[in-house]
Design a protein around this ligand. Structure first.
Ligand SMILES: Cc1ncc(COP(=O)(O)O)c(C=O)c1O
Length: 413
């Protein structure tokens, strides 16, 4: 955290100055942090030079997409509009991998028309795809029976996950490939998100390699995303360099056994953008109950749902005054729900320590770049915030704040 004159700075800009210039609530993205994270990922996997497909679902702002493209990222897309946006921004169709779920014919047809490779996640979908593209190429999302992640809602492998073809379904897969004369060019899996331990990634990798063995025409194996970042001060970071070299080493041994080199693919989302953003909020109210001091703000879970949805932790800072008397408080939003609280943990509401706030102070929620604005909504008919990019003391708007007209535009009145 960059603190000068007791004030929070982001990309060499004073947070308070950004709030005054662009209003609050405000998502502020630091370009240097995105580039740093892209490079760290590349460096960790330097031994096997995988294709890195940025998971657009983490944050689809076009300015961020241009930055990650500039850093050599390809794309993991989950919907036709994500595909369309990336194509419009200049990504080539073959740089995109579409991994939908419960995908209908229209989504497959769109990707096929655009020449975007498709990764299929169920036997029913494989049959649907086969009918549309008999004789074509396909990759498959496999459920490796292992899941991991920061909350049960984000575990995407194992028996309780809706994602992917169970790794035991080999005979059914082979029958469908044969029936539609499909060439299986890739095996993919993604076991969850916010993973901070290498063991789960390596365990899933082993099962995927086991599934890949025996499919003779593979060109790539894709181990998905899931690389976590430490949100809580006491959390240890994922040992990415160690994990990268262990995965590359294991992959090289697999390729040797397979008989020829294959491409590794990875799909990082959170790791690239989470730490790049800060959400700035204005304090609008302070009131206490016998249990809590509630600090009310001009934002809410409509702008950052991670705490309400997963009990996710985001560090709170009083950006107006970083150092000073510390209080233990709850930070809440202006949405008409009792769960509209930013300071949560696995058991619900938590207190956080930060400098005693006053009405009008600016609070900052840290590490909100992934699955923050991406999941924001217009609940309570509130507009979504503006987004700003900062670098070397300069700031520019990369998404304007919504207006009343934006919100009612699609309503039949
Ligand atoms: C298929 C797939 N790939 C990649 C990702 C990105 O995950 P993360 O942001 O944890 O890296 C996701 C996230 O849900 C996903 O579903």
């Amino acid at each position: 955290m960059d603190v000068r004159n007791n004030q929070l700075h982001l990309g060499d800009c004073v947070a308070e100055g950004l709030a005054e210039a662009f209003g609050t609530p405000l998502y502020v993205y630091e370009e240097d942090v995105i580039r740093r994270q892209c490079r760290a990922m590349r460096e960790a996997f330097a031994d096997c030079r995988p294709d890195l497909h940025y998971a657009v679902k983490a944050n689809c702002n076009p300015t961020l997409l241009r930055i990650v493209r500039d850093e050599g990222m390809h794309i993991d897309a989950v919907s036709p509009f994500e595909v369309r946006l990336c194509l419009e921004l200049g990504f080539k169709p073959e740089q995109i991998l579409f991994t939908g779920n419960n995908t209908d014919e229209g989504d497959f047809a769109y990707c096929l028309e655009q020449g975007v490779p498709i990764n299929v996640g169920s036997l029913v979908e494989l049959e649907r795809y086969g009918r549309l593209n008999a004789g074509g190429r396909v990759s498959l999302r496999i459920n490796p029976d292992v899941g991991a992640g920061h909350h049960r809602h984000v575990i995407t492998g194992g028996p309780h996950s809706k994602f992917g073809i169970y790794h035991t379904e080999r005979a059914a897969i082979e029958a469908l490939l044969q029936r539609f004369d499909l060439t299986l060019v890739g095996i993919q899996s993604h076991i969850g998100t916010g993973i901070l331990r290498s063991e789960e990634m390596l365990q899933a990798m082993e099962i995927i390699l086991g599934t890949a063995r025996g499919f003779g025409a593979l060109e790539f194996i894709d181990f998905g995303g899931g690389f976590g970042i430490p949100y809580r001060p006491e959390q240890e970071a994922l040992p990415l360099m160690e994990l990268g070299s262990a995965m590359c080493q294991r992959f090289a041994a697999f390729c040797e056994e397979y008989g020829r080199p294959l491409k590794m693919k990875l799909e990082p989302g959170r790791y690239l953008v989470a730490q790049a953003a800060t959400l700035l909020l204005r304090v609008t109210n302070i009131q206490s109950t016998p249990a809590h001091m509630f600090v009310g703000t001009d934002s809410g879970f409509n702008h950052l749902i991670r705490p309400a949805m997963y009990g996710a932790y985001h560090e709170v800072v009083n950006a107006t005054s970083i150092k000073g008397e510390q209080v233990q408080a709850v930070v809440a939003g202006n949405i008409c729900e009792s769960g509209d609280v930013f300071t949560q943990g696995p058991e619900g509401i938590e207190h956080r320590a930060f400098t005693r706030p006053e009405v009008g102070h600016l609070l900052a929620l840290l590490d909100v770049g992934a699955y923050g604005m991406a999941i924001a909504s217009n609940y309570n008919l509130r507009p979504r915030p503006a987004e700003v990019l900062v670098k070397s003391g300069n700031s520019r708007l990369i998404r304007r704040r919504e207006t009343y007209d934006d919100l009612v535009m699609t309503l039949v009145r």
